[in-house]
Design a protein around this ligand. Structure first.
Ligand code: AHG
Ligand code: MN
Ligand code: MN
Length: 335
């Protein structure tokens, strides 16, 4: 029988491998896991207390904000503003950076997050989740954090992860070396190590893309998706939940590819991208890379992109190395 390891124990063990670590990152992640438990409790009882439904507000990216989005946003802020570990935060739900209140100490890290990913299909009980990314600050310690601290590439991440609030709630986390998954035991309220050292399969048999956008893709993307459905490539299964967190989580465990390519619905030259670099594509791509997968925009690794604005978006192809290599061959016009 294998050992029972809580996320706290796991973080402490990881910290021991870094003799220079001060314990700040461990404490920060520890606080975050409590926020996740609170959000999980609310997501699970949302139907009962009629919390579902729109709040009548719009977030910085123009999406409708549901009440649970707001709850998740407020919970993470209220948990993380006073710990002394952060110099500022940034969220998909807030237009500007979120300062640490003047009365609290400013720490050496920055937290960027999507408080509730996939919330557009929440009324149908589809899995939703929280995505988080942690960078080390770049401005001098002790001062208020600025956009300079937030606008960093995936390469500079010190930790990232996500939580899926589903039939069972799972936290997937990396502090750089490996990726581990923890399942919440609701009876004791602890995340317990259930998926140590997750490695993505070299190739999968599932592709995941919103094919409703097909007529707005560039020709190369269309040809790739036609190919993957052909007898030559197959058999591949199509799976698209419409919650990035759930689609990428499945891709991480089973292998395959998740795509959200650029569409040309409104701007025929520049096109448009949906997924946010700081809160979605960056951290999810980084996790998949740490697990042996690939995350690319088509032109460059997602991790190389340095955001110039808080709500920048980018195209993504994330998944098993062999599957993403096939996509890139089509994207580059080599096939
Ligand atoms: P959010 O709920 O945080 O706004 O994110 C929704 C995102 C992502 O989760 C998902 O992959 C994508 O939107 C789905 O977009 P389409 O509905 O255009 O396929
Ligand atoms: Mn999202
Ligand atoms: Mn969201």
């Amino acid at each position: 029988m294998s050992a029972i390891v809580s996320v706290q124990r796991h973080l402490l063990e990881t910290q021991r491998h870094h003799p220079t670590a001060t314990g700040d990152l461990t404490a920060l992640l520890w606080d975050l896991t409590l926020a996740f438990k609170l959000i999980n409790a609310e997501v699970n009882k949302a139907g009962l207390v009629n919390l579902y439904g729109l709040d009548g507000d719009r977030n910085a990216s123009g999406d409708d904000v549901t009440k649970l989005d707001r709850f998740a946003q407020d919970t993470i802020f209220r948990m993380m503003d006073h710990g002394g570990h952060l110099c500022c935060m940034a969220s998909e739900e807030e237009r500007e950076i979120i300062p640490i209140p003047a009365k609290y100490a400013k720490g050496k890290y920055v937290l960027s997050y999507d408080p509730l990913d996939g919330s557009s299909n929440i009324d149908a009980n589809v899995s939703v989740g929280t995505i988080f990314a942690i960078h080390r600050r770049r401005t001098p310690e002790g001062t208020d954090g600025t956009e300079e601290d937030v606008l960093q590439s995936g390469r500079a991440l010190v930790a990232a992860g996500y939580v899926i609030y589903g039939s069972s709630t799972m936290l997937v986390l990396s502090t750089g070396q490996r990726v581990d998954g923890f399942t919440l035991d609701p009876s004791v309220g602890e995340f317990l190590l259930s998926h140590p050292d997750i490695r993505i399969p070299k190739r999968g048999k599932i592709y995941s893309v919103n094919e409703g956008n097909q007529s707005f893709w560039r020709e190369n993307t269309r040809r790739y998706v036609d190919w993957i459905k052909s007898p030559e490539a197959g058999p591949y299964k199509g799976r698209y939940i419409g919650s990035m967190i759930a689609d990428v989580h499945r891709t991480l465990l089973y292998g395959g590819i998740f795509l959200y390519p650029r569409t040309f619905r409104h701007d025929p030259v520049k096109g448009e991208c949906k997924l946010r670099l700081l809160y979605e594509a960056g951290p999810m791509g980084w996790i998949v890379e740490r697990a042996g997968g690939v995350a690319t925009t088509g032109d460059e690794p997602v991790a190389d992109l340095v955001p110039t604005h808080l709500h920048d978006t980018c195209p993504v192809a994330i998944g098993s190395p062999d599957d993403v290599a096939d996509y890139l061959a089509f994207y580059r016009g080599e096939r």
